[in-house]
Design a protein. Sequence first.
Length: 163
Amino acid sequence: MKQEKVAIFPGSFDPLTFGHLHLIERSSRLFDKVIVLIATNTSKQYCFTVAERHQQIERAIAHLSNVTVEILADQLVAHYAQERHISILVRGVRNTIDFEYEQAIATANQQQYDKLETVLLYADAPYQHLSSSLIKEVARFGGNLEKMVPAEIAEAMQIKMQA
Ligand code: ADP
């Protein structure tokens, strides 16, 4: 029997943007199953808790039957993958800065688990400028988030910024 192709898509998703979502939709067509993995990057300060991000992503992916979301607790992404025998890791690239960053992460991940292959998907043009940090900046000054994040997340951000 053919083995199921399972991919993980790890990231901070603080918050999930239409750029992330587009990547998840494309991955869901490429692989049998996709697990969106909310990972904690120690060098980042987060706007939303992992529980909030989990709920936001769960709602945003509700239309994708082969996609699930999980929280990665106190563990390296590579070790999570190794434990579950998952050998595909999806990440996105918007520009050359992303490319160099992703290259470093992919190398580090492969050093931890040599069967882990990173698959990089190029961001489609409408999403190339979208980043979670830009969105937080727009939200801080009361800008319109309609074209950047799902409506529910935009609303949650506005509430967060007013607090
Ligand atoms: P991390 O903190 O791990 O970099 P992010 O949530 O910032 O997590 O990003 C997760 C992945 O999604 C990264 O590979 C990043 O390059 C990619 N990504 C972020 N924004 C976009 C976008 N607009 N289009 C495509 N890929 C994106």
